[in-house]
Write a protein that binds this ligand. Structure first.
Ligand code: GCO
Ligand code: MG
Length: 407
């Protein structure tokens, strides 16, 4: 079998998605997600200009060899653009292999280790009444684990809190089809003062059993994160996410020494090297990279197998900027790995579900990849073309005096 065609499709059915479609001489096609929010066209070019010419004529069954060829062969390693491009090829090849085998991908990854995978959804509000409504809405949708984000008094906008409560669970990054980045405001002291009371109120309202998560989105120093972790201990979080900027692995040592609040990190990490200290020193409890940004199913499986040796669990990044193709690949891996932790899932727009028809299902707060051969996603290219690319940036963050802060 040979690859005869590889094509990059950029479509924006609510937000931009980059998809690679590989076709073989036997007419089997595979899909891979290469979406890098706010920098989409860089990956599209990396694939079209530099990777597609290398794929034509190659054997689609050589998944591992192709991964090594693209990773080592580029000489310039790692980074989100490179790893998103390689991820798209990797997932498209797994899709083809599983279709040829006539099996859903999870079967090729060792088969199901559980019946279904628990997902967490996003609740947010500018204040407590809005937040409570949002938590109730998620629970009504079936979610059994909920990420809680709230506005900070004195700040006009905050990460993960949309300005229009009618928009549902999607966070503030959802509708950013904007030619310039929106500027958000930040004040760490106000945030640290506000958050423990919020979790106390949520626990009082919703009881001790509901798993609650929180994303600090890379904004704290290690000592600030340590204090927050301690302050939140009475409210028994499922995890505190991205408490410090992820690229400094050593920072987590200090946080870990001070708090028993479980820690999750990884959505901006691209390779196993970014996790080495985090895993071997057991500084985190959940590894959160996306299939889409980590080079695909092949390396993420290796990461999770290594993490398992340190009792660290999987928690694949699944915001709405991962396309249904990347989401499907994630759910197959979730079902197969022994050390599954939880899967982030916030759904997609109706237009996105129409462009990417998928076999995976969300029922009672749990996902299942379905039984279609491959990853179980089809791309309607005609419909995709009706939603052309629109320039869009993620927001940026500034302190009151104008200093740029981590977003
Ligand atoms: C999450 C993430 C996202 C990111 C987004 C950036 O935990 O889901 O933090 O909301 O902000 O993926 O593109
Ligand atoms: Mg996050």
């Amino acid at each position: 079998m040979k690859i005869v065609d590889a094509k990059v499709v950029v479509t924006s059915p609510g937000r931009n998605f980059v998809t690679l479609r590989i076709t073989t001489d036997e007419g089997v096609t595979g899909l891979g997600d290469a979406t890098l929010n706010g920098r989409e066209l860089a990956v599209a070019s990396y694939l079209t200009d530099h990777v597609v010419p290398l794929l034509i004529g190659a054997d689609p069954h050589r998944v591992e060899d192709t991964w090594q060829y693209l990773y080592r062969g580029a000489y310039w390693r790692r980074g989100p653009v490179t790893m998103a491009a390689i991820a798209a090829v990797d997932v498209a090849l797994w899709d083809i292999k599983a279709k040829v085998a006539g099996l859903p991908l999870y079967q090729l990854l060792g088969g199901a280790s559980r019946e279904r995978v628990r997902a967490y959804g996003h609740a947010n509000g500018r204040d407590l009444p809005e937040l409570f409504d949002s938590i109730r809405a998620r629970r009504a949708e079936g979610y059994q684990a909920i990420r809680v984000q709230i506005g900070v008094p004195g700040l006009s906008n905050t990460y993960g809190v949309h300005q229009d409560p009618a928009l549902g669970q999607e966070n503030a990054t959802r509708l950013d089809q904007r030619p310039r980045p929106v500027v958000e405001e930040w004040d760490t002291a106000a945030y640290l003062r506000h958050l423990p009371g919020v979790f106390e109120a949520v626990r009082n309202e919703f009881g001790p059993e509901l798993p609650l998560l929180h994303d600090a989105h890379h904004r704290l120093t290690p000592i600030q994160a340590a204090r927050l972790g301690k302050d939140l201990e009475p409210y028994d979080l499922f995890w505190l996410e991205d408490c410090t900027p992820a690229e400094n692995q050593q920072a987590l040592r200090l946080v870990r020494h001070h708090t028993t609040t479980p820690l999750a990190i990884g959505e901006v990490l691209n390779t196993v090297h970014d996790y080495q200290t985090l895993l071997t020193e057991q500084l985190i409890d959940y590894a959160r990279s996306a299939v889409t940004h980590f080079g695909g199913v092949t390396p993420l499986r290796k990461l999770f197998d290594l993490a398992a040796q340190y009792q660290i669990k999987s928690a694949i990044h699944g915001p709405e900027d991962i396309s249904p193709v990347g989401m499907a690949a994630a759910i197959h891996l979730d079902l197969a790995v022994h050390n599954f932790g939880i899967q982030e899932y916030s759904g997609h727009t109706a237009d996105t579900h129409a462009v990417f028809r998928h076999a995976y299902t969300f029922t009672d707060g749990h996902l299942h990849p379905g039984e279609e051969p491959g990853i179980g996603v089809t791309l309607d290219e005609e419909l995709a073309a009706a939603h052309p690319y629109r320039p869009a940036y993620l927001p940026v963050n500034r302190l009151a005096d104008g200093t740029v802060h981590d977003w």
